[in-house]
Design a protein around this ligand. Structure first.
Ligand code: HPA
Length: 271
């Protein structure tokens, strides 16, 4: 049933000319400008794609973009789905399965996250080297999941070491600070309490956010090498907690975005 549903989506997109994308990209909150760099061939609103979930959060435009970037065919999800919007884990990761069906060989992910490691500052970038899933569910926990691959997917290397090494070199060559760290995914949408921030420190996480982990788990089931960069949009100091303003998060993401765009563009060029 789910397999058939997904195939319909893939067939529709192929029939619209989305053929042989090499790289899939998911753009996080406030991080849509990479799209301006793409030589766009096709742009399809999620609402027009059969069986695709529909975007609800207003700052996500909700479309699939196909074109070339740094000489490669890319397919971009501009607007992602979050568990906190009420989507199921299957829906949250539907786009990843779709892009896999279309043929992507790499997956690049971005997100906005809070800095738990207080030596990392608002506006800095962090390469995710590992994660802790605190969302209380898995996108592989459904009855038909076996039809899509190993549900006992190993998590030895959820983020490709090869891609991460390349990203570090690129950042260094461009004088961009790229921290490395562990990303904790929470359900949200409320932000964390002081006690939760202290817990995240004790767990030795470096950043916290409400996305990415389901997508990475599915990428792992599908054997797609992936990498993810967090734009740190606020500092989560339990001793000095300031109210978080979502507009401020989006504005900070926007200011840091050119660094992310530069790094991703160069990585794509090298793949
Ligand atoms: N917590 C959770 N998610 C976030 C945060 C945060 O502080 N900042 C940006 N996304």
């Amino acid at each position: 049933m789910k397999k058939q549903q997904l195939q319909e989506t893939i067939d529709f997109l192929s029939s619209k000319g989305i053929n042989q994308p090499e790289i899939g990209i998911v753009l996080g909150t406030g991080l849509g400008k990479l799209v301006d760099e793409i030589n766009i061939e096709k742009e399809i609103a999620y609402s027009e794609i059969p069986n695709f979930p529909e975007a609800t959060v207003e700052f996500h435009s909700g479309k699939l973009i196909f074109g070339t970037l740094s000489g490669k065919n890319v397919v971009v999800m501009s607007g992602r789905f979050h568990l906190y919007e009420g989507y199921t884990p299957w829906e949250v990761t539907y786009g990843i399965r779709t892009m896999h069906g279309l043929g992507i060989q790499y997956l690049l992910i971005s997100n906005a996250a809070g800095a738990i490691n207080l030596s990392y500052k608002k506006g800095d970038l962090m390469l995710i080297e590992d994660h802790i899933n605190l969302q209380g569910n898995s996108p592989l926990a459904f009855s038909e999941a076996k039809e899509f691959g190993n549900i006992f997917a190993d998590m030895l290397e959820p983020y490709s070491k090869k891609l991460n090494e390349q990203l570090k070199v690129i950042a260094q060559n461009n004088d961009i600070t790229l921290h490395e760290g562990v990303y904790a995914s929470v359900l949200g949408p409320q932000l964390e309490t002081r006690a939760e921030y202290r817990m995240l420190q004790i767990l030795e996480t470096d950043a916290v956010g409400m996305s990415t982990v389901p997508e990475v788990i599915v990428a792992k089931q599908l054997n797609i090498p992936c990498c993810a960069i967090s734009v740190l949009t606020d500092e989560c100091d339990p001793k000095n907690l300031a109210p978080v303003d979502i507009q401020d998060i989006i504005a900070t993401a926007g200011k840091a975005e050119p660094k992310l765009v530069a790094i991703f563009k160069e990585l794509i060029n090298k793949l």
